[in-house]
Design a protein around this ligand. Structure first.
Ligand code: ATP
Ligand code: MG
Length: 269
């Protein structure tokens, strides 16, 4: 009998969507190993849809946001990287590398908690070289206001004391709650008008799989920059304007696609 576990995940290199399929399979594998929640599959699909509308590439506006985000993380007193299942499944190595370069610990902080999930993500991050991971000791978590249920639990040495929180792929309620208790938020979200995108101080509208390598590159460059120069980068950045420009990019790309859509078909008949 065939089960979901028997699916062949080899993607031919010349497949037009080979990159996208490769990451789709990482999410599926992540679900099998408990790293990714079932709802994470759907969240990934929503992200893919927006990525399509962005031409599956990093826009200039995303690059601007990435530069400001790295500057903000480097000038923070306590920066922290909040890790969920999807982010861990897609790019564990890059999470660890960025965490080391910008000196911001990784905290596992989940929307969908399930027996064994924290352990599975911990093992994945440790396999990628993580030395210190926060959010593991569920008995010693503290609560943040503004949120109900176990989603309000955070690590007393992590998000609780952080002034800047990097939240890739976060839910809007939690972003709003973190904002309301005074945190500065850097978000990665392919949907430029999600509540997370609108609540964040710096919104990077791009796929996490491209964002993290770019952040690592920028962080290596800016790591030894003067504090004054980093502050200048942050002050010059206008998140609202950046989101509006990102929406313009999507509209422009879609208009171009509207023009191009049937040309190939017409030429091949
Ligand atoms: P919000 O709660 O912020 O209003 P939402 O409810 O529409 O957003 P969620 O499921 O809470 O969405 O969060 C998932 C978000 O993550 C989606 O906006 C989706 O576009 C985004 N996303 C999914 N995969 C990726 C990815 N690989 N890179 C960047 N963003 C992604
Ligand atoms: Mg949501």
């Amino acid at each position: 009998m065939t089960t979901n576990n028997d699916q062949d995940h080899d993607v031919p290199k010349d497949h037009p969507r080979s990159e996208s399929l490769k990451y789709r399979h990482k999410i599926i594998e992540g679900m099998k190993t408990l790293v990714v929640a079932e709802a994470g599959l759907i969240a990934h699909g929503r992200g893919e849809c927006f990525d399509y509308m962005l031409g599956e590439k990093t826009s200039m506006t995303a690059k601007e946001a990435i530069k400001a985000a790295v500057a903000l993380l480097l000038t923070a007193t306590h920066a922290i990287i909040s890790v969920n299942g999807n982010t861990a499944a897609l790019c564990p190595n890059e999470l660890v590398e960025l965490s080391e370069i910008i000196n911001a610990p990784l905290e596992i902080n989940l929307f969908y908690r399930k027996e064994g999930r924290i352990e599975a993500i911990k093992n994945l991050l440790q396999g990628a070289g993580a030395k210190k991971i926060l959010g593991l000791d569920e008995q010693n978590m503290v609560e943040i206001e503004e949120l109900s249920s176990n989603r309000r639990n955070v690590d007393p040495n992590g998000i609780k004391i952080a002034d800047v929180v990097f939240v890739p792929l976060e839910d809007g309620d939690r972003t709003e709650a973190l904002k309301k208790i005074g945190k500065k938020i850097v978000a990665v979200d392919l949907n430029p008008i999600s509540r997370t995108s609108l609540w964040a101080d710096i919104t990077i509208v791009d796929n996490i799989i491209r964002v993290l390598p770019e952040m690592i590159k920028v962080a290596k460059k800016l790591k030894n920059a003067d504090e004054k120069d980093l502050k200048n980068i942050i002050e010059r950045f206008d998140n609202k304007k950046n989101i509006q420009l990102t929406l313009d990019t999507i509209i422009k790309y879609t208009k171009q696609q509207k023009k191009d859509a049937f040309i190939k078909l017409r030429n091949s008949i």
